[in-house]
Structure formats: structure tokens, C-alpha cells
Design a protein around this ligand. Structure first.
Ligand code: ADP
Ligand code: MG
Ligand code: ZN
Length: 634
């Protein structure tokens, strides 16, 4: 608001300035004789004029009949001087001028038209320019600020009133059902979520049936899950299926500068919803207003609390037989105020989790429907390569693949396009501008082959599918991709330990071959430490602590950060155990590489030359017997 006002003032100033310049320009060009701009003038006595006439020095003289002033110039003067004088009504003057041989110019003013042109140009025109320019500015500003900002509306004088109930007031975007254009068909996977939302659809279609039996349907359902899993999409689909209006607003839109406006928006939103019932009110990112209220009176967050209170009141208030269902989405359910989750409010919780293998395949299929592809695309291979990807990631993968096909001048996307775009999503674009020195390239090659050999030499590791040393925009200088054969829901302790060893394989190879350390293992180290810490604090996989929970997960849907919930002394011991686990894994990785040192050399050189190799190439080379080499190497 403050900002808008300043901007407005600046604009006003600018517009006054421009109008002034226009005025000056008009004046100078149309009425040059009104100014003395640049021309020399001199006020002289009437006697001086008579004198000059006497001496025949006057070149020409001008006067207007109804004016007592005359302007004259002298002969042979360098740079004309306009002499102005006041004359009495002197009948003899014309004769004298004639005698003096000066040119006489008399103007009889056309009183009306002259006056009017003068008035028009000096007064009416500037005012008109002011007015038009002002209107144009006003319009432009309104467009820039968004039309629903009532305080910008100069002309209607609607400075910040909430009444009146115009549609724009609450900022809620109202989409009529036919415009939603999304149904359950557009949501792949998420079968359980769809199942529990079908009831909501049914309720919106025939509320009487529920009324007849005396059942109370949930007023609200809360969609919880990680970002990009399709929560917003599902909410729209419910409206689309039921064919009812869809009111959507994001939690952050309620948070306003002025105390009380957020609450007013809530009130307004529900007022509109009641008029349009049956309908769906969707509050996206509800955590922004629905955070737990804290007890302290000095929270400084009165506004948010007021908004939340208003929301709770509205949800209790509306007559549910009308068929208003409030859907909300969040990826921070742990921070929500318990009052929101009470029966009668968002009592139904619909988990929208990351898709599993089948779900990923379904989402890929759905999004690739509109993309022209070569026949025989294997989307399950892509689905297998993308554990942990959200629906939004998968949609992005398909689109990136199509974009790549266009970039390479093809009319159909290939399997390779999609595989490359998986890597783009995981690791960023290839960065051709990063030029590694020869030595650096070798180090990266050994590092990656180190990971791959450790992985291949352990039963519990997922097969290697690709190794590359092409730098990526996320900073990785190379990476080794491993893809599970099929979906895993449980991981054994042995598998976790194997994974730890694979993380250590890169650094181990560098040490073994070059006898030095580089910064290239930073990410591996981070991942390994996180995994080892989870083994101890969450998975109960350490001898020292056994099945003791030492930490809680802070927000399960965002970054899975764990905070320790143990005594400081215990935390120290946890660190010691984590250190021990990683040291052992490192030792095992080093051992595996020592046993395969020749293969390490051979494969690293091969990768160095080719830059990218497939899992098959890797396995062929690794298992190939080389008659020139001894079978085991130390
Ligand atoms: P959220 O609200 O959970 O963060 P969105 O609903 O905004 O996620 O999803 C973003 C996009 O990802 C959707 O527009 C859609 O293209 C795609 N998407 C996500 N989940 C799915 C799904 N289950 N089926 C199809 N598309 C999906
Ligand atoms: Mg969303
Ligand atoms: Zn590495």
C-alpha cells in the first residue's frame, strides 16, 4: 500500500511536469510576441519616438488600434532592438511616420477570434492535455496493480471498502465448472485419494440422499502430501467431476498488510460460496494461515490469527445441507493448528503421496499421450529410473524430452530423449562450458568407476545403468546412475550398508590411485552421513542404541530433516557411531577396489575416452576375462 502511494505520487509529479512543458512549448511557438524570449526590447519615452521620427531613424513601427503601445525598430542597427513605448492618441502621428519614411503596420484586432484562440491555447488545451494524460495514467496503473485493488480506483472513489460484495473483492478466483476442465481422468495414480474424494463428489451431486439418512458429511477435506504430487489438480478434479463452481484461493493471499483484511477476505469468500452453493472452496497452501497459534500475547501475528479464527467461524457457520465443501492442501500438516483438524472442520485427511512404480508409469503414460513419440517407447524403464519423483517431476520429464527432440530437429521423441531428460531433472543440463583439465577428467573417471565397481561387487546394490563424466549444471562433474530392478518398500540393514560403501567408493578410488583427496566427494559424504545417521537415530540399526528413537522427523513431506531428541551426551555417542559406520564402509569400498585394481584402471580409461557408458558396457568390461591379466589382483 505504502509503495503504491509513492508510485502514484511519482506519477502525478511526472504528469504535471509533462503538461508544463507542453504549455511552454505552445506558448513559445504560437505567441512569440508575448515573450521577450531571446529578443532585445527596450522601454522608451514617447518623446524618444518623436525624436527618432524627427531624425528619420525609424525603420518600421507597429501598433494595434485599441492598444496604447507601439513597437518600433531603428534603421541600420546590428541586432534589432524592439523599442516599446506608450502613445497618446495623436492624430498627427501617422503623418509624422510617413514623413520619416518608416513602414507603418497597424493591426485592428479581431476581438472575438483572437481572444478565443488565445484562451483556447493557453487554458483549455493544457487542461485537456492534463485530463487525457491523467486518465491514461490512471488506467495504466490500474492495469499494473490488478483490477481488484479497490484503492487504486480513483474514478469510482472506492477507497478500500469491503462491502458491496463485488466478485473481485476477496481476490478469490472463481472458475465455473466447465472452465475447470479437469476430471479424475486427468489424475493418474493416487487411486486411494481419488477413492476418498469420490464420496465428496457424490455428496455434491446429490446432497438430499445424505440428508435423508441423517448422515453428516465432512465439511472439509485436507489434502496432504509432498509438493508436486497433484493436490491442486485433485481439488480441481473434484469440482470438475461434480460440475460445481470452484472457488480457489491461496493461503498467502489472505495475508495482508492491514490487520483485519485477511479476515474480511475469508468472510467475503464464504459469502460468495453460499450464493453459489453447491460448490467447492479450495484453500491452497493452508499452512500459511493455519499455523499453530502460540499462547504468547505478543506474537505479533494478530493478523494471521484473526484470519484463522474467521476461517474456523465460517466453517462452523455454514449450513452444510447447501453443499459447500471446503478442500485445503498443504505439505506441512505437522504445523497446522489442531483446531483446524477437529471434527466438523478438516476432519478428513486425504494423503497424496509420491507415486509408486505403477503410479509413475501411469503418470508418464498420461502426460506422453499428447506427445508424438517413436513407436516402442518403454515408459516403465523411465518409471523405474525415477524413484522419488513427483507427478510434477514426471510431467516435466516428458516435456523436457519433447523439447529435446525439437532441439535436435526431430518430429518424434525417442526413448533416448526421455532418458536424457531424466538426467536433466536429476542433475541439470549438460554443461559444455565447463572444461576440465586432463588430470581432473581422469580423477572424475576413476571416482565414478570407483562407485560403480563397489556397487557391482556387492549383492545388495542396485545395478549400474549409466556412468558419465559430462559435467552438469548442478555442479556434478560426473555421476553413476543405479536403477533398482523393481520397487522396494523395505530396505535391509545389509542393503543400507552396501549403499554406504557405494557412496564411499568414489573417494576410495581417488585415494587408491592418486594418493590424494579432492573436493569432488562432498555430495557423497553428505549423503553417506545422512544415511548413517538415520540408521542410528531412526532405523534402529546400530548395536549401541538398538531400537531407540533418537530423533523425530521435522517435516516428512519436505526435506525429511531429523532433529535429535536425546541428551547432549547421547548425541555425542551418536556421532561416534555414525563415524564408525562410515569408516567401516570406506574400508570395505577400498578393499573392493584393491581387489579389482586392474579393472578399475581399464574401466576408468574406457570411460575417460568415451565420457558416457551404459550399464551394459560396464558389466561386459567388468566381467570380461582378460587372458593377459591375472585373475585376482592385489
Ligand atoms: P501440488 O498441488 O501437489 O503441489 P499440483 O497439483 O500443482 O501439485 O501438480 C503440478 C502438476 O504436476 C500438475 O499440473 C500435473 O501436470 C502434474 N501432476 C502431478 N501429479 C499428477 C498426477 N497424479 N497425475 C497427473 N499429473 C500430475
Ligand atoms: Mg499446489
Ligand atoms: Zn561420487
Amino acid at each position: 500500500m505504502q509503495l503504491d502511494d509513492n508510485k502514484r505520487k511519482r506519477n502525478m509529479l511526472l504528469y504535471v511536469l509533462i503538461a508544463f512543458v507542453v504549455y511552454m512549448v505552445l506558448n513559445t511557438f504560437l505567441f512569440p510576441n508575448l515573450q521577450n524570449g531571446g529578443v532585445q526590447t527596450q522601454d522608451v519615452n514617447y518623446t524618444q519616438l518623436l525624436d527618432d521620427l524627427e531624425n528619420k531613424r525609424v525603420e518600421d513601427i507597429k501598433y494595434t488600434t485599441d492598444d496604447a503601445r507601439a513597437v518600433y525598430t531603428l534603421k541600420g542597427e546590428e541586432g534589432k532592438v524592439y523599442r516599446t513605448t506608450t502613445m497618446p492618441t495623436d492624430a498627427d502621428l501617422t503623418n509624422r511616420i510617413q514623413e520619416a519614411g518608416a513602414t507603418l503596420k497597424v493591426t485592428v484586432p479581431d476581438r472575438d477570434s483572437g481572444m478565443w484562440t488565445y484562451l483556447f491555447v493557453t487554458i483549455v488545451l493544457p487542461v485537456l492535455v492534463f485530463f487525457l494524460f491523467g486518465r491514461w495514467l490512471n488506467r495504466r496503473m490500474k492495469k499494473a496493480m490488478g483490477d481488484d485493488n479497490p484503492s487504486m480506483d480513483f474514478s469510482s472513489g472506492g477507497f478500500g471498502g469491503f462491502g458491496g460484495g463485488g466478485l473481485g473483492k476477496s481476490g478469490a478466483r472463481i472458475v465455473a465448472s466447465k472452465d475447470v476442465g479437469v476430471t479424475f481422468k486427468d489424475v493418474a495414480g493416487q487411486e486411494e485419494a481419488k477413492e476418498s474424494l469420490k464420496e465428496v463428489v457424490d455428496f455434491l451431486e446429490k446432497p438430499q440422499r445424505y440428508e435423508a439418512i441423517g448422515a453428516k458429511l465432512p465439511r472439509g477435506a485436507l489434502l496432504v502430501g509432498p509438493p508436486g504430487t497433484g493436490k491442486t489438480l485433485l481439488a480441481k478434479a473434484v469440482a470438475g467431476e461434480a460440475g460445481v463452481p470452484f472457488f480457489s484461493i491461496s493461503g498467502s493471499e489472505f495475508v495482508e498488510m492491514f490487520v483485519g483484511r485477511g479476515a474480511a477476505k475469508v468472510r467475503d469468500l464464504f459469502k460468495q460460496a453460499k450464493e453459489k452453493a453447491p460448490c467447492i472452496v479450495f484453500i491452497d497452501e493452508i499452512d500459511t494461515i493455519g499455523k499453530k497459534r502460540d499462547g504468547s500475547g505478543f506474537s505479533g501475528n494478530d493478523e494471521r490469527e484473526q484470519t484463522l479464527n474467521q476461517l474456523l467461524t465460517e466453517m462452523d457457520g455454514f449450513d452444510n445441507q447447501k453443499g459447500i465443501v471446503v478442500l485445503a492442501a498443504t505439505n506441512r500438516p505437522d504445523t497446522l493448528d489442531p483446531a483446524l483438524l477437529r471434527p466438523g472442520r478438516f476432519d478428513r485427511r486425504v494423503p497424496v503421496e509420491l507415486p509408486d512404480l505403477a503410479g509413475r508409469k501411469a503418470i508418464l503414460e498420461l502426460h506422453s499421450k499428447d506427445v508424438k513419440t517413436e513407436p516402442g517407447i518403454d515408459l516403465s524403464a523411465i518409471a523405474r529410473a525415477t524413484p522419488g519423483a513427483s507427478g510434477a517431476d514426471l510431467a516435466n520429464i516428458i516435456n523436457e524430452g519433447a523439447l529435446r527432440a525439437v532441439r535436435l530437429g526431430r518430429t518424434r521423441a525417442t526413448q533416448e530423449d526421455f532418458e536424457e531428460s531424466v538426467e536433466v531433472i536429476i542433475a541439470g543440463q549438460q554443461r559444455k562450458s565447463t572444461v576440465l583439465s586432463d588430470h581432473e577428467k581422469q580423477v572424475v573417471a576413476y571416482h565414478e568407476i570407483g562407485h560403480a565397481i563397489v556397487a557391482a561387487r556387492q549383492k545388495g546394490s542396485a545395478p549400474v545403468t549409466k556412468i558419465t563424466i559430462v559435467p552438469r549444471t548442478n555442479g556434478a562433474l560426473g555421476y553413476t546412475m543405479q536403477v533398482e530392478e523393481d520397487e522396494h518398500f523395505l530396505t535391509t540393514k545389509q542393503e543400507v550398508l552396501d549403499k554406504l560403501a557405494v557412496y564411499c567408493g568414489g573417494r576410495a578410488a581417488e585415494e587408491l590411485i592418486f594418493g590424494e583427496m579432492t573436493t569432488g566427494a562432498a555430495n557423497d559424504i553428505e549423503q553417506a552421513t545422512k544415511l548413517a545417521r538415520n540408521m542410528v537415530t531412526r532405523f534402529g540399526m546400530s548395536d549401541e542404541f538398538g531400537m531407540m528413537a533418537l530423533g523425530t522427523v521435522q517435516n516428512a513431506y519436505l526435506n525429511q530433516d531429523t532433529s535429535l531428541t536425546c541428551a547432549p551426551g547421547t548425541a555425542e555417542r551418536v556421532d561416534a557411531v555414525v563415524k564408525q559406520l562410515i569408516a567401516e564402509a570406506h574400508e570395505r569400498a577400498l578393499q573392493a577396489l584393491k581387489e579389482n585394481k586392474f579393472k578399475l584402471h581399464e574401466l576408468a580409461h574406457y570411460l575417460y575416452k568415451k565420457e558416457t557408458i551404459t550399464g551394459e558396457e560396464f558389466m561386459n568390461l567388468l566381467t570380461r576375462e582378460n587372458p593377459l591379466m591375472p585373475k585376482t589382483n592385489g
